[in-house]
Design a protein around this ligand. Structure first.
Ligand code: GTP
Ligand code: SPV
Ligand code: MN
Length: 593
């Protein structure tokens, strides 16, 4: 098949990689329906995909990864900047020359007997001033079909690229899915990503975390913009005005849920609506009017399946009803559909679990779906997709919200005193780990701006970049910065806030604060709502003014303890800590004394 471009930098890079991995055949992905159908058929013939019930789930497929390959591997993810200091204390670092040599040894000849797929893709609407081009080489049809959903793929991307050398190189080699030789390496200074020995989403869909966060965060630092692990949603009030919020929560901490939330009954009646622009990644830059604008660089949702149901997230569920790839969920053999924990109370008896073994969901103690099983669904399927989704200039941001999973300490919501204090609030985020990454679950760790696994350079430089972005904004136009916690628990371990759709009650307060419509209590840690200002109409029996007050409380002893943790965390960065943040920490310590 002939190349789809004459771009010399593209062709010579591909030639080099062909020489290295030695494919039997090269296929350029043009994004056409016919080609996608052909690839689906090939993948079904080899068992890589299972075609699901086409009446109930048209164009939907099931895939199982290797049992040892079900989540991102943070311990095997490297930032290969020229010096260790550039990667910083929170990233794994490898010398780029050593990394290339090691990776090339692993990749050498690994496509023998296989096909090389060349995927030209755009992160962001094709041709948008925010958008950036990538090319991923892969030997996995699963990767091709996921990239076709998650990004904009095809010839028009190469047309926009023209002769430019400004594109991100991505090489993915499945090899033998050997855990011991699995590496996810980013070379920010070379616009290059190499991923070997994995077939799991976050490790191999190179447009997503590797490019749109790790490489793009570095590009944003150099070019004056930001790549963030943030959802984008629009809240439409009864007068038809829409305000946009970006929110950063760590992996599997509720971005997809918040981005697509269904307003509580009383809000619906009044005419409130919520529109989803993105559920995972935001690219943010200043617009001509001096405000910050955000786009979602992706074109689909790679969402957590378990817990997604008609009640928790009907919009996400609806998004999975056509053109979706399910990964590591249970296969219901009676009707050739899929099931996962938390879909409904009726697990299939005649099924296959995520590892591929027969499974009786009515009797088995084992899980049917892996806790990090996912759906890859086209954004266009989403019933509440924003009309601004394709807007090449993005949407203006009124508020930035940070949040994590914390059983104690962090109140339901608080507002920072100003931009720099807001950067501090983001920098001290901590959250319980989840199944989205390999390793222990439920351990509290610092995860600044939800970017711990995704920042492509020294986190201290990243914080300074945040401070510089704010300094360049007119404070009147800068988004206000907040922190939320939907996960506070009582002494019996029950969640104290109903969450999900009811989170709109907190977002309403946030928007009111942005518009100067509501007062707040100035506390040691920032502005906290007066309980009466959070609308709890319709939550009788679930939330009272009293319980609300208790999740809005600032518990000084816990904060004193936390300040010590922050100090230890900051110490890792030595004298690279921005003075602004060091001063904010001193203020916090003094305030909670
Ligand atoms: P990534 O795709 O991994 O970046 O994650 P995400 O932030 O999009 O995660 P997602 O929205 O899929 O979060 C899923 C998990 O969060 C599930 O365990 C949900 O039950 C839980 N969750 C989401 N929203 C809420 C909430 O408001 N309250 C509570 N208690 N749990 C929530
Ligand atoms: C996350 O872990 O934050 C995800 C899923 O969004 S993955 O693409 O696997 O990183
Ligand atoms: Mn994510």
């Amino acid at each position: 098949m002939s190349a789809l471009t004459t771009n010399k930098s593209v062709l010579s890079w591909i030639d080099e990689k062909v020489e290295l991995v030695k494919p039997d055949k090269i296929v350029w992905i043009d994004g056409s329906k016919e080609q996608i159908e052909e690839l689906r058929a090939t993948a079904c013939s080899t068992g890589e995909l299972i075609k699901l019930n086409q009446e109930l789930l048209p164009d939907c497929y099931l895939h199982r990864t290797a049992v040892n390959d079900v989540a991102r591997v943070e311990g095997r993810t490297f930032i290969c900047a020229s010096t260790k200091e550039e990667a910083g204390p929170t990233n794994n670092w490898m010398d780029p020359n050593e990394a290339y040599e090691m990776l090339y040894d692993i990749a050498r000849d690994s496509y023998k007997g296989r096909t090389m797929y060349v995927i030209p893709y755009s992160m962001g609407p094709v041709g948008s001033p925010f958008a950036k081009v990538g090319i991923e080489l892969t030997d996995s049809i699963y990767v091709v079909l996921n990239m076709v959903i998650m990004t904009r793929v095809g010839k028009d991307v190469l047309e926009v690229l023209g002769d430019s050398n400004d594109w991100v190189r991505g090489l993915h080699c499945r090899c033998d899915i050997d855990e011991e030789k699995r590496y996810i390496c980013q070379f920010p200074q070379d616009n290059t990503i190499i991923s070997v020995n994995s077939g799991y989403g976050g490790n191999v869909l190179l447009g997503k975390k590797c490019f749109a966060l790790r490489i793009a965060s570095y590009q944003g630092w150099k070019e004056g913009w930001q790549a963030e692990h943030m959802l984008i949603l629009g809240i439409e009030n009864p007068r038809g005005e829409v305000k946009y919020i970006c929110a950063a929560f760590p992996s599997a901490c509720g971005k997809t849920n918040l981005a697509m939330l269904i307003p509580p009954e009383s809000y619906k009646k009044k005419g409130y609506k919520v529109w989803c622009v993105g559920d995972d990644i935001s690219w943010i830059r200043k617009g001509p009017d001096g405000r910050l604008y955000a786009i979602n660089p992706e074109n689909g949702f790679f969402g957590v399946a378990p817990g997604t149901n008609e009640k928790s997230n009907p919009n996400a569920l609806a998004s999975t009803k056509k053109g979706t790839i399910f990964t590591n969920v249970a296969h219901n053999l009676d009707n050739n559909t899929v099931w996962w924990e938390g879909l409904d109370k009726n697990p299939p008896a005649n099924a296959v679990e995520w590892k591929g073994n027969p499974w009786n969901g009515q009797e088995s103690e084992e899980k049917g779906a892996h806790p990090n099983s996912r759906f890859t669904a086209p954004a266009v399927n989403c019933p509440c997709l924003s009309s601004e989704f394709e807007n090449p200039n993005g949407v203006p941001i009124s508020a930035i919200v940070f949040g994590g999973r914390r059983a104690k300490l962090a109140p339901l919501v608080y507002q920072s005193r100003d931009w720099n204090h807001g950067v501090f609030v983001g920098s001290i985020m901590a959250s319980e780990t989840t199944a989205a990454a390999a390793g222990a679950v439920g351990v509290v760790r610092r995860d600044p701006m939800a970017m711990l696994p995704f920042c492509g350079y020294n986190m201290a430089d990243y914080w300074q970049h945040w401070i510089d972005i704010g300094a360049d904004l007119d404070p009147e136009k800068a988004p206000k910065i907040f922190n939320v916690n939907w996960f506070r628990k009582d002494d019996e371990g029950n969640f104290m806030w109903p969450g999900f759709g009811d989170n709109l009650r907190v977002l309403e307060w946030i928007i009111d604060r942005c518009e100067g419509k509501v007062d707040a209590k100035s506390t040691e840690i920032g502005f906290i709502p007066y309980a009466e200002d959070i609308n709890i109409e319709g939550l009788e029996g679930e939330v009272s003014l009293e319980s609300l007050n208790s999740i809005l409380e600032v518990e000084k002893e816990l904060w004193q303890e936390d300040a010590k943790g922050i100090e230890e965390f900051y110490a890792k960065f030595g004298d690279k800590i921005p003075p602004v943040l060091a001063a904010e920490l001193e203020t916090l310590k003094k305030n909670v004394q």
